[in-house]
Ligand binder design. Structure first.
Ligand code: SF4
Ligand code: F3S
Ligand code: FES
Length: 265
C-alpha cells in the first residue's frame, strides 16, 4: 500500500470523522520576525549593545527555536543557556519584551510579530555574556535556607516516612519550582538590595517548612526572620507573575511570614 493511502486511512480513523484535507489540522504559518538581542562580550565590549536579527519562524516555534536559528545559521557567537527545551530544567529564563519568561515555553506566535521582539538577560545577577548571567549568588541564597529534608528520627520500621495526602497538599505548590530564577530576577527589592534572599529561596524553604516529616522548620523560619529574609518582601507580585510553573509565590511568602509570627509552621 502506498504511504499516502496509509495516511489517508489514518486520517479517516481520527475520532471516527473523515478528514480529507490536511489543512483541516491547521496549517503551520511562516513569519519573518525581528529579534533585538542585548549582546555583551566581556572580551570586546565595555557596555552591552543591542543587535537585531531577522529570522523566518513557524507558528509552532518558540523563542528558543528562533535563538537556535540565529546561533546556528547567522551568528554562532550568540550565547545563551538551555538544556531540556521543555520547561523542566529552568536554564533559559530571560527577559522577552520586558517580561521574565522561559524561552522554551514562549511561542513566537503569541508575541506581536509586527513589532521587534526584545530579548535580554534576566536582571539583578552579574551579566557574563549575552543572555547568560552568573547564577552563583542565586544558588548561594537558595543554599542558605537548607532546602532539604532534615529528620532527626529513624523512619517507621526503617522503611519510609509516611505522609497523608492532606499534609502533602499543604506544600504541593512549592514542590514545582525548577530554580529558573525568573521570580528572583523580576523582584525590584532583589534588584536594588543585594541582601535579600529573593523569592526563589523562600519558595525552597516553604517546601520544607510545611513538610510534616521535617524536623527543622524552626531553623529555616529563624533564617528567614533575619534581615535578608521575608520582611524585605514588599508584596510586589512580580515574582508570581513571572513564575513559569504558576507557583503562588507571594502567597507562599505570606504563609512563611505568618508562620514566623505564630512561632510554628
Ligand atoms: Fe522559577 Fe517559579 Fe521556582 Fe521562581 S518559584 S525559581 S520562577 S520555578
Ligand atoms: Fe519581590 Fe515577589 Fe515580594 S516580587 S517584593 S518577592 S512579592
Ligand atoms: Fe529547560 Fe527551557 S531549556 S526550561
Amino acid at each position: 500500500m502506498a504511504a499516502t493511502a496509509v495516511a489517508d486511512e489514518t486520517l479517516e480513523a481520527v475520532g471516527g470523522n473523515t478528514i480529507t484535507d490536511a489543512a483541516e489540522f491547521g496549517a503551520v504559518q511562516e513569519f519573518t520576525a525581528t529579534l533585538i538581542i542585548r549582546r555583551f562580550d566581556p572580551d570586546v565590549d565595555d557596555e552591552p549593545r543591542w543587535q537585531d536579527f531577522d529570522v523566518q519562524v513557524y507558528s509552532t516555534d518558540r523563542v528558543l527555536d528562533a535563538l537556535h536559528k540565529i546561533k546556528w545559521e547567522i551568528d554562532g557567537s550568540l550565547t545563551f543557556r538551555r538544556s531540556c527545551a521543555h520547561g523542566i530544567c529552568g536554564s533559559d529564563a530571560m527577559r522577552i519584551n520586558g517580561r521574565n519568561r522561559l524561552a522554551c515555553k514562549t511561542l513566537m506566535k503569541d508575541l506581536d510579530l509586527t513589532k521587534p521582539i526584545y530579548v535580554e538577560a534576566i536582571k539583578g545577577l552579574p551579566l557574563e555574556k549575552d543572555l547568560v548571567v552568573d547564577m552563583d549568588p542565586f544558588f548561594a541564597a537558595y543554599r542558605e535556607v537548607n532546602p532539604f529534608l532534615v529528620a532527626h528520627s529513624e523512619p517507621e520500621k526503617g522503611k519510609e516516612r509516611r505522609q497523608s495526602i492532606a499534609a502533602r497538599e499543604i506544600f504541593d505548590d512549592t514542590t514545582k519550582c525548577i530554580l529558573c530564577a525568573a521570580c528572583t530576577s523580576s523582584c525590584p527589592v532583589f534588584w536594588t538590595d543585594g541582601q535579600y534572599f529573593g523569592p526563589a529561596a523562600i519558595v525552597g524553604a516553604h517546601r520544607f517548612i510545611f513538610d510534616d516529616r521535617d524536623d527543622e522548620a524552626q531553623v529555616r523560619l529563624d533564617i528567614l526572620n533575619e534581615k535578608e529574609g521575608v520582611w524585605r518582601c514588599r508584596t510586589t507580585f512580580n515574582c508570581t507573575e513571572a513564575c513559569p510553573r504558576g507557583i503562588q509565590i507571594t502567597q507562599a511568602i505570606a504563609e512563611v511570614k505568618q508562620a514566623i509570627m505564630r512561632g510554628r509552621p
